[in-house]
Write a protein that binds this ligand. Structure first.
Ligand code: NAD
Length: 481
């Protein structure tokens, strides 16, 4: 069986301990490869390599950094099918989704930041004829990038690309649950001629590799995407060391459907925003609030469409939902369905594991689940489930639904369906969220700020915000007379 390797100082190497972790295929429930069980020693080695590469990389002309990154983007595109299949096997998501979203976006991340750096400029503040201030923006040094399992290559590259484009060197850790495409990326970086030590990828557990990156005294900057609890732990370790941190954390996003919406479009898109990637996208709208006058109509139409969604082998182009990422995660999701019942909820659709035949009989499949009859403030409606589970709740007034929507500890994204221009702007302004989609979902322009408020995170990714994060501003003041 294949053994994944770490990518350190330009080479693919085994972990120093020579220990490995089983890597499961969620579609079959079987081990299909092994992941390095790296530890602090490997992180130290990767950090030394990054530190050694930094003096040269940080002054490499941006045009040259850009050229190498464009080559990586091109190689990702060239390997689209191979990467999409690998992502699907590792994560359980439909291959069609990985082919359409995950892998093209990974290529776009490199392309976007490879070209973005050519246009990134800093400020100048003139004090009439007295003095002139200009801001230098220099790379910070070694950046620690830690990413989750739900959009593995997509989110991994979303951090690495702006970090290296702006002249940093990187020690990165993908999720131990979905390491394969990060490993394949390391092969592509070698092929593209990325200088050794610029990017180092250390595989392994969060409490070992992730913790060692967060605590490393020579890694002054941490970019993290993952759960809120892990984010809090990273902040606890990094804050006393005065590290720069960017935290993209959990969500419990509201999807608000007003009676004046474009009904067909709202139902169709809500199907995606509820169940794409088995509901394992931090931006999925898991709390659906529907204005009372169209509640029954929306519910009936939505449920009839949910029942047509095929849960199946991720390689089958007919499958709309594949497997959830792990057995532990499947059990967590199903435990929330039980909790919902205890809290008085009625299961309108799904609510159970799906057993497939043959080689898929041990896979982790869950039927798309819709629940109604829950209070807005019960645990099911307040805690992140991160699976194919949504709740339906009626509301009477705008004021009431805003209170429901803003009632959780989270504030990542929100979706609003209305044809009223004034209401759309008013509600968008009043939602506690970093991102609001009106009459759409997951429509992304990579230049826009991306991130959440409250327990959904600190800082923003995207566009020049990422370059601002990965560089340190220095003001230089020159007296003119
Ligand atoms: P997680 O927090 O368990 O793991 C994320 C990463 O952190 C993994 O690589 C893991 O190994 C590492 N890690 C674990 N413990 C660590 C520690 N003590 N120190 C340093 N690193 C550690 O999250 P997950 O289960 O992989 O991902 C799901 C979560 O990610 C959900 O909460 C989801 O909402 C969130 N997410 C957020 C965004 C966003 O943009 N806001 C995007 C995707 C996912």
């Amino acid at each position: 069986m294949q053994k994944i390797k770490n990518y350190i100082n330009g080479e693919l190497v085994a972990p120093i301990s020579n220990l490995y972790i089983d890597n499961y295929n969620p579609a079959t429930g079987k081990v299909y490869s092994f992941i390095p069980d790296s530890d602090e020693q490997d992180v130290n080695r990767a950090t030394e390599a990054a530190l050694a590469a930094f003096p040269k990389w940080s002054v490499t002309p941006k045009e040259e950094r850009s050229r190498i990154m464009l080559k990586i983007a091109e190689l990702i595109e060239k390997n689209l099918d191979r990467l999409a299949i690998a992502e699907s096997i590792d994560n359980g998501k439909p291959v069609s989704l990985a082919r359409m979203i995950d892998i093209p976006r990974a290529a776009s991340n490199f392309h976007f930041y490879a070209t973005g750096i050519l246009h990134y400029a800093s400020h100048c503040h003139a004090m009439e004829d007295t003095a002139i201030n200009y801001t230098l923006r220099t790379p910070v040094g070694v950046a620690g990038c830690i990413s989750p399992w739900n959009l593995p290559l997509y989110l991994f590259t979303w951090k690495i690309a702006p970090a290296i484009a702006s002249g940093n060197c990187v020690v990165a850790k993908p999720s131990e649950i979905t390491p394969m495409t990060a490993y394949l990326l390391s092969e592509l970086c070698i092929e593209a001629g990325l200088p050794k030590g610029v990017l180092n990828i250390v595989h392994g557990y969060g409490h070992k590799v992730g913790a060692a990156i967060s605590a490393h005294p020579k890694i002054p900057l941490i970019s993290f995407t993952g759960g809120t609890k892990t984010g809090a732990e990273i902040a606890r370790v990094a804050a006393p060391m005065f590290k720069k941190i960017s935290l993209e954390l959990g969500g419990k996003n509201p999807n608000i459907i007003f009676a004046d919406c474009d009904f067909e479009n709202a139902v169709k898109t809500t199907l995606h925003s509820s169940f794409a990637n088995q509901g394992q996208i931090c931006l999925c709208g898991s709390r659906i609030f529907i204005e009372r006058s169209i509640y029954e109509k929306f519910k009936n139409e939505f449920i009839s469409k949910v029942k047509t969604l095929k849960v199946g082998n991720p390689a089958d182009s007919e499958s709309r939902l594949g497997a959830v990422v792990s057995k532990a995660h499947m059990e967590k999701i199903l435990s929330y369905v039980e909790l919902a019942k205890q809290e008085g909820g009625t299961i309108l659709s799904g609510g159970h594991q799906v057993k497939l035949d043959g080689e898929f009989s041990e896979g982790y499949y869950i039927a798309p689940t819709v629940i109604e009859g829950l209070a807005y403030n019960c645990r099911t409606n307040q805690e992140e489930i991160f699976g194919p589970v949504v709740t339906l709740t009626p509301f009477e007034t705008e004021e009431e639904v805003l209170m429901y929507a803003n009632s959780t500890q989270y504030g990542l994204s929100a979706i609003v369906w209305t044809e009223s221009l004034t209401r759309a702007h008013r509600v968008a302004g009043m939602l506690h969220a970093g991102i609001v989609w009106i009459n759409c979902w997951l429509l992304r322009d990579l230049r826009t700020p991306f991130g959440g408020v409250k327990s959904s995170g600190v800082g923003r990714e995207g566009g020049f915000e990422a370059f601002d994060f990965f560089t340190e501003p220095k003001n230089v003041c020159i007296k003119l007379k």
